[in-house]
Design a protein around this ligand. Structure first.
Ligand SMILES: *Cc1c(COP(=O)(O)O)cnc(C)c1O
Length: 468
């Protein structure tokens, strides 16, 4: 294929994409293929000779499309949404045509400076105070890894990178029992070790960390000669939206001089609405905060916003060239690769710029408020049904419930989720709450309507009662 052929194919692909999005609601949400079906449809060996793109495109439709789960489907209520607003897709198209590497200021000044400005726009949109500066990471997992590495280096007085951990002090990191698995992995990879991630018990309706239990755990570790190093808080956990009492936990962490990171990967987007900011009240005392515009805000994957109250510790941990430490930002030049684990960086700020301008904050707030209102309406309707019970109350647009039919309720509800997903009109996932298997509902797809959310009520009640 030559660039001369590109305009024709580009037009065809954008036609295809617009049509796909117009009609995606007619497809089953979850892919209905069996394991191995796609693999077996793909030749075992690579082609020696060029094939016409026409043939490749046909195979894309025939082999790939049946194996796609439609994350852009308006009735995708599983996991969390992974949105791709059209303005964001266009920006990604441009970014992939330019394909710049954005690791240093000089490797594309526009990308670096756009990133600085977009992260400051987001900081203001979330109501975070001025000292916070931001960097775009590929994922919340990477942001959390960078934060945990900072926890480690700060506690070791920046000697860990040089000397390794053998023979050093036993570092301790604290989180609630409800945090995302990305925290476990950051603890493994950083060498801190899973046994040193202390799971502080939760309390209260928000299933958040008990700050008194946090302080007891820190004191017990100090008494035992261990070295408390950091606290990882959760605002809007993945299973049920668990949310730690941020101000109280950060106060304990500060009292003991610990580095703090807040994982608000999903719910952070909701903080563009001032009425939700009380749910992370006190967050301005955190050292590090992450949220994913690539979940709820309409910016397509990957785009994770990582804010630092003072980037120095992070840069001191990750910058490979010591001389840059003295100048980063001070001379007006930032090399963002010093703020993240990978060296190479995509031009991700462009899609934030497109999305924020093409919709404006007010329309984005309206979308989120709609999702939250409709999810509550669905919650109220299921709560009123005698054979359903709400297990965890709505946190933003997320709640969990179970069907209380006959038999082993874990098995009944797992069978119900599977039957619903085989049906294809909606897509849900399950989680465990205090050991019980429950069904999880969240609304967050960019173009979902109230009717889409209400269809979940019809599908859930109909299939539950039909299978009993
Ligand atoms: C989705 C999610 C993550 C992981 O996000 P990635 O960007 O996929 O790494 C982490 N924490 C929470 C609470 C999440 O919901």
């Amino acid at each position: 294929m030559k660039w001369d052929d590109f305009p024709e194919w580009g037009a065809r692909v954008s036609e295809w994409a617009a049509d796909y999005h117009r009609t995606v609601g007619e497809r089953p949400v979850r892919a209905q293929v069996a394991p191995g079906e796609v693999l077996n449809a793909l030749p075992g060996a690579p082609p020696e000779m060029a094939e016409p793109l026409e043939q490749v495109f046909q195979d894309f439709e025939q082999i790939v499309m049946p194996g796609i789960t439609h994350w852009q489907h308006p009735r995708f209520f599983a996991y969390f949404a992974s949105n791709a607003a059209p303005a964001s897709v266009l920006a990604e198209f441009l970014a992939s045509a330019l394909a710049p590497q954005c690791m240093l200021w000089q490797t594309s000044p526009a990308a670096t400076e756009m990133e600085t400005r977009m992260m400051d726009w987001l900081r203001q949109a979330l109501g975070l105070p001025e000292p916070f500066q931001g960097v775009i990471q590929d994922s919340a997992s990477s942001a959390t890894l960078a934060a945990v590495l900072t926890v480690r280096e700060r506690a070791l007085d920046w000697a860990g990178n040089a000397r390794g951990l053998a023979g050093g002090p036993q570092l301790r990191v604290y989180s609630s029992t409800e945090v995302h698995t990305s925290i476990d992995r950051a603890i493994w990879i950083s060498g801190i070790g899973a046994e040193n991630l202390v799971r502080v018990p939760i309390a209260g309706d928000w299933r958040g960390m008990d700050p008194e239990a946090l302080e007891r755990a820190i004191k017990a570790d100090l008494d035992a000669g261990l070295v408390p190093a950091g606290v990882i808080l959760c605002v809007g956990g993945t299973g049920t939206g668990a949310t730690d009492p941020v101000a109280a936990c950060l106060a304990v962490a500060r009292k003991y001089g610990l580095y703090t990171h807040v994982d608000a990967a999903w719910s952070g987007s909701a903080m563009i609405c001032p009425e939700y900011r009380h749910m992370w009240e006190g967050v301005e005392a955190a050292d590090s905060i992450v949220f994913n515009p690539h979940k709820w805000l309409g910016v397509q994957f990957d785009c994770s916003a990582h804010f630092l109250r003072d980037p120095d510790s992070l840069v001191k941990t990750l910058a490979i060239s010591p001389e840059y430490l003295k100048t980063h930002g001070a001379d007006g030049i930032i090399n963002y690769s010093e703020w993240s684990v990978p060296l190479g960086r995509r031009f991700r700020a462009l899609k934030l710029w497109f999305v924020l301008r093409a919709y404006g904050l007010e329309a984005l707030r309206q979308r989120l408020r709609n999702h939250i209102d409709w999810s509550r309406e669905l919650h109220d309707r299921l709560a009123a049904e005698p054979d359903f019970e709400i297990v965890t109350a709505p946190m933003w647009s997320l709640f969990t419930f179970r069907y209380t039919g006959r038999g082993d309720l874990d098995a009944v509800n797992l069978a119900l989720v599977n039957a619903i997903n085989d049906d294809g009109r909606i897509y849900l996932t399950q989680t465990r709450v205090d050991g019980d298997l429950v069904i999880r509902f969240q609304a967050g797809q960019f173009d979902a309507t109230r009717e889409d959310v209400m269809m979940a009520y019809d599908v859930i009640t109909e299939i539950a009662r039909a299978t009993q």
